[in-house]
Design a protein. Sequence first.
Length: 577
Amino acid sequence: MDFYFVRIEEARIIAGNLHKRLGRMGGPSEGSGLAHCPDRSGAMTDTFLLCFALVAVTAACAVAARRLRAPYSIVLVITGIALAFVPGLPKVELDPQVVMLLFLPPLLYMAGVSMSWRGFRDNLRPIALLAVGCVLFTACTVAAVAHWAMGLPWGVAFVLGAVVSPPDVLAPMAIARRLQVPKRILTILEGEGLVNDATALILFRFAVAAVGTGAFSIGHAASAFVLIVVGETLYGVLVGWAMLRLRRGVRDPMVEITLSLLTPYAAFWPPEMMGGSGVLAAVSAGLYVSWNGPRLISASTRLHGFFFWGLVVYLAEALLFLLTGLQARTILEGLGDIPWPRLVLHGAIVSLVVVMTRFIWVYPVTYLPRWVSRAIGFRKPALPWRAPFVIAFTGIRGVVSLAAALSIPLTVAGGQPFPERNTVLFLTLCVILATLLGQGSLLPLVIRRLGLAEQGRRERAKDEQRTLRARGDGVRAALARLETLIEQGKLPADLAGALRSRHEDRLRRLEQHGESDGADDVVKRSGDLERQLIEAERERTQQLHHAGAISDEARRQIERELDLEEARVVQAGRDPA
């Protein structure tokens, strides 16, 4: 049986047709999938079993990727392709609305929360040139090649160009972070990934509308684009502001985390339902929370939220990569009797154009402004070619392109089939596989050969020293506050002595870490010793609980304190970058 994931329809029919969006088994009927199943409980059981199987496969792929030292995104996609053609397994078809309305909002929101607002602001020019300029340039170039070299109608060619124009930030960022690429490159790539989806999806909507209606106005499209960008940005900031104030008034970590989970959907869904993209709204909400959250979110909520959002992002990313591979069977079956050699040739051409247009765009927009500045008398430091090369090389396409291609309507306004829909789907899959498996596999080698990994490690060492100095300044401030409290007579002598000794010991270890070449080994040995002492406390607590000396509630409270202390020790031993 075919399985269709949750589908979220337009807002105006949510209330009346909720049963159509719970998941459906069977063929691609436009009616309620569950209504066609004689045994609803059996269908729901199959649905849950399949979801369980997908999560289990993602976990197995993550373990395999770690042992193979390979990017888990590539392992997941290859596994998905292999499973798609296993005889007897159910065919999994990804509903694009699930990606757009269920998976994408939290990923975009957390990307905004994780993004440095200062870094985004300082690198706004290169980010905008990539996220807007490069996306439009790629879409137009692909459209021209698809029209003149493959014979696609102009409207369909622009649909294809819009679909394959936005690079996916998930896979390359995971590789770049693991290899410690310089921070400015990471910031530019991450900032581009926050915005380029909005540019591509807005362009995609205009292209699909032009194919469906046969009419297109550049002036109307440009004004609508500006309105969407400004309106969604302001709306996202408003959502972030309102949710932070609401969370501050709740003062309950569980409720606050629930509200944080609702934030990306509150930002994304309304603009999406009104004809926008919702991407900029979710990103803007995340950036606002990132900048203002530290003074409005409690420490307890941050501790809970760190683990919660880490799991949400991990599962969402892993499932999307796996589902991307699983779509290969559905896309290939829809091609019918189109000659394979021609399809493969066209896929190779589009993939090559997508890769080359990014290089053609990145180098001129990087160096031309510097040449112009020097020509008119302004001196700017020379920029090595390695950083632009890596930025150009990381144009890997992913799940957003696939979701956009799958969301192409089956028919146009007159009821006729959407022209060349299956061809666009196949070419999109070719671009995703060529860039993800090709560029994605070569990216670690490119980063190492260019020396950027070593440059990133030197940069990270400097950041570590700055972090240590900041920690030391914080401990000195705590000691100064402690002396003030002692002078005011607010602390007993024994407690004051214990607190002073503890903070002076912390300061001494931080200074030793910063001055000694073997400080890393000292900190590691100290952390290992502290963990052994914590484990001794934990074992004794377990013995007392088994003997009935303490209650379950007391055991849990002590274990929680020990867990937090162990987490502190582990975090202190990590590299600050």
